[in-house]
Design a protein around this ligand. Structure first.
Ligand code: RIB
Ligand code: CA
Length: 317
């Protein structure tokens, strides 16, 4: 029985790869819907990018637009890393799909209420939509299996010394989600920086079919910023949140209580874990800390090759 999921994203190069990874495994993951949120770029660009990725692989999955800005303050985008379009690099054809009329919160609420099984949420972006859903309709928590998110980091940040982008953009939303009582699986920088793809692997992708080539071209652009920041290889942040659902055995993790700092001058947006022998609260988060990078890359390449090779059943058939 496939796990029903909703992906909440801000494509974004790595969001796009996460969506493709999920699409390549319809027998394991049933994408009930995709919601978008302002993050890597402004909401309209993000939504357009999500629709283009789906159209590229002919996946007719409903997409609903969500929050354009964080709960408090103005949107800080990830344009430095993702470019003016939010997904610079290859020029994808205009999408044949349009977003649904509903907003993301109502869309998720309807999907969750209508589902017989509990739904797993997979946010790979600022957590504004999820926080709004849980705050406006707390009763849905009983119908959410878990939240496998990309965000945070125990050891360091990437926007500030302590805050990772998805949490930094909306720390109040992140705190609501981590303290919601729903089981969290956190793919933070501790693990996602280890899921890095290297230049020779990107070259290999570009020798393959159209989907693999498109991903290779996305990564060509995406690796520019990583190189500028001194990284070797490009961290595949968002795909970790999907890969854990497919192959949790690839990861090392710790069960910890995690919440989010919203006040600190140096620490606003920091994910704070209680690692004491006797923490104040029971663990609420499986924090991913390590990954078998080689196995991760092989599974990702195989997934893309599958999309190249097979016209997978268009989800929602
Ligand atoms: O810090 C990495 C996160 O920020 C990823 O989700 C990436 O897409 C950007 O949104
Ligand atoms: Ca993202």
């Amino acid at each position: 029985m496939a796990t029903p999921i909703i992906i909440d994203c801000d494509p974004g190069h790595d969001d796009a790869i996460a969506i493709l990874l999920a699409l390549a495994h319809p027998e394991q993951l049933e994408i009930r819907g995709i919601t978008t949120v302002g993050g890597n770029q402004i909401l309209d660009k993000i939504t357009d990018n999500a629709l283009k990725v789906l159209s590229f692989v002919n996946a007719d999955i409903p997409v609903a637009k969500g929050a354009a800005a964080p709960l408090l303050g103005k949107l800080v985008t990830g344009e430095v890393a993702h470019g003016e379009s939010g997904m610079d690099g290859p020029l994808l054809p205009p999408s044949k799909f349009k977003p649904v009329e509903q907003g993301a919160v109502e869309f998720m609420l309807e999907l969750i209420r209508a589902s017989e099984e509990k739904i797993t949420l997979v946010p790979t972006a600022p957590l504004t939509n999820i926080a709004l859903l849980l705050t406006a309709y707390p009763e849905v928590k009983d119908k959410i299996e878990k939240i496998s998110l990309m965000g945070g980091g125990l050891a360091y940040g990437n926007v500030t010394t302590t805050a990772e982008f998805n949490i930094y953009v909306d720390p109040e939303a992140a705190r609501i989600v981590f303290e919601s009582g729903i089981p969290i699986v956190m793919s933070g920088l501790d693990v996602t920086d280890k899921a890095a793809i290297f230049e020779e692997e990107i070259l290999e992708l570009k020798q393959r079919g159209p989907v693999s080539v498109m991903v290779g071209e996305l990564l060509d652009f995406y690796s520019i910023y990583g190189k500028k920041m001194g990284y070797v290889g490009s961290a595949l942040h968002d795909p970790c949140a999907i890969m854990w659902l497919l192959h949790p055995e690839l990861f090392e993790s710790e069960q910890l209580y995690v919440t989010v700092e919203t006040e600190g001058k140096l620490t606003r947006g920091m994910t704070v874990a209680d690692r004491r022998k006797k923490p104040d609260h029971p663990a609420n988060t499986e924090v991913l800390l390590g990954v078998d990078r080689e196995a991760f890359m092989k599974l990702l390449f195989d997934a893309l090759e599958r999309l190249d090779r097979e016209q997978l059943p268009v989800q929602g058939d």
